[in-house]
Design a protein around this ligand. Structure first.
Ligand code: FAD
Length: 434
């Protein structure tokens, strides 16, 4: 193959981060994307902003992220947290494209209608009739990507996003548990107000589409928190957009000439507040996976295993974080909405108590200089994918040496004092007593 033609479907955070990562590896990349069809605001943590900067998506983002005071009303208690950034998705999505273009990626505006794939090539037909060809396809159309088979699907959720214009004021956000779901709400400095209720779409009897704005307005009327944040302006029916928010893990996330990233691979429950973070996580590893599939055919299985297992582990981690947050709500625990979610996806804890005797050294796929390779890593119940480096230092030789009976002092002897202290602290956190 000459220079492979890589086409990315979708210019959200996952498509954008993958495009820039592939450019950094020297590939020519095209992105084709439609625009999101509704106005939305989402909440992210400082960690997401750092991830976006790291992915090369940070410069314009600075305009889209607004720090806001955050309140949490959960299980009958009120907390004030200072940590949320409100992301105006219209600004954010447009800023993403600027970053992607600046990195030298061609962005085609259009809606993908059909994708025809074979083992060697892909043909993508747009709504305007234009046909694009590619050797490699990155599926990043988010929740709108074709589902394929699901590996795992959480309880069915629908989120009703309501938007109205209120008075300008300090940016705020809040989350509140309800008897049969939960609501997230925010006000931007210019007075745009958002209220989003998430309910079980399987068991909740919702009115017809035309009656939904009135139904949501009635529900807002019943909330003291809504009255506190927005006043009576929130009680009027408003513009509404309904979207599915069921947690979904796709079956196969990678083939020999395609890969899924972001929500197309794994869409998490919005309660975790981590959707953009997980999209970035899968997109940051994807360029090395694509590079390996294109340049090292002998490592196709390794690259596929790497991408698939990481997506699955990430999905399960966020699903369990969501589960534990649902379980904190005790007042209405018996309601089907809460009862279903407090035990899904399983009963396994997010973290297992550290136990050094459970650690072992094993060979696992890792990213080495932009390619998926194999290396000896430290595997344990809490780290099934393995730890290769800690602050740039390989830890497998250390664990191997200790398990073979060598003294810690001997193993650390030739290292600088700062590194020794860091490794000792890491070993202690792994349950090593020595
Ligand atoms: P997307 O951001 O969805 O990007 C996909 C892109 O593909 C879009 O530009 C779309 O227009 C384009 N596209 C789709 N179909 C086509 C097509 N046929 N042709 C061409 N282009 C197409 N995450 C958070 O971090 N914080 C939150 O507060 C939060 N709240 C959420 C609330 C709800 C109700 C939901 C459903 C999700 C929420 N998320 C939140 C999750 C977050 O929106 C996603 O995880 C994230 O945007 C996924 O990024 P992505 O790049 O995979 O997909």
């Amino acid at each position: 193959m000459g220079e492979p033609r890589i086409l990315i479907l979708g210019a959200g955070p996952a498509g954008g981060a993958t495009a820039i990562g592939l450019r950094r590896l020297g590939y020519d990349v095209e992105v084709v994307s439609d625009w999101r069809r509704f106005d939305a605001v989402e909440g992210v943590s400082q960690r997401v902003l750092e991830g976006l900067r790291h992915a090369g998506l940070g410069s314009a983002l600075a305009q889209a992220a607004v720090p806001a005071r955050r309140r949490v009303y959960w299980n009958g208690t009120r907390q004030q947290l200072n940590q949320e950034f409100l992301l105006d998705r219209r600004l954010f999505d447009s800023a993403l494209r600027d970053d992607v273009r600046r990195a030298g990626v061609q962005v085609i505006e259009g809606r993908v209608r059909e994708v025809h794939s074979s083992a060697h090539a892909h043909r993508v037909v747009l709504d305007n009739g234009r046909v694009l060809s590619a050797d490699f396809l990155v599926e990043a159309r988010g929740r709108q990507a074709p589902l394929g088979s699901n590996r795992l699907r959480g309880p069915e959720c629908v989120s009703l996003l309501n938007l109205w214009q209120g008075e300008p004021g300090e940016p705020v956000s809040a989350v509140e548990s309800l008897d049969d779901g939960w609501a997230w709400m925010a006000r931007m400095a210019d007075g745009r107000c958002y209220w989003q209720v998430t309910l079980d779409s399987g068991s909740t009897r919702l009115p017809s589409r035309a009656q939904l704005p009135g139904y949501c307005a009635d529900r807002r009327r019943q909330s003291a928190l809504v009255a506190e944040l927005f006043g009576a302006a929130a009680w009027q029916p408003s513009e509404l957009h309904a979207r599915s928010s069921t947690a979904i893990l796709a079956g196969d996330c990678v083939g020999s000439n395609w890969v899924k990233v972001g929500d197309a691979a794994m869409a998490v429950d919005p309660l975790s507040g981590n959707g953009i973070f997980q999209s970035l996580s899968s997109a940051l590893q994807a360029p090395a996976v694509v590079n390996t599939l294109l340049r090292h055919p002998e490592r196709v299985d390794l690259a596929r295993r790497f991408h698939q297992t990481r997506i699955e582990q990430l999905f399960l981690r966020f699903a369990r974080i969501g589960r534990d947050f649902y379980a904190q709500e005790q007042r209405v625990a018996g309601h089907p909405f809460w009862a279903q979610r407090r035990s899904w996806p399983d009963e396994l804890p997010i973290h297992v108590q550290a136990d050094f005797s459970q650690l072992r050294v094993a060979c696992r796929p890792v990213i080495r200089e932009g390619v998926i390779d194999e290396a000896e890593v430290v595997v344990g119940p809490d780290q099934p994918l393995g730890i290769w480096h800690v602050q740039g230092v390989e830890v497998a030789p250390l664990v191997h040496g200790l398990q073979a009976g060598q003294r810690l002092e001997t193993l650390l002897a030739n290292r600088p004092a700062g590194e020794q202290a860091m490794l000792r602290a890491w070993l202690t956190a792994q349950g090593h007593r020595g």
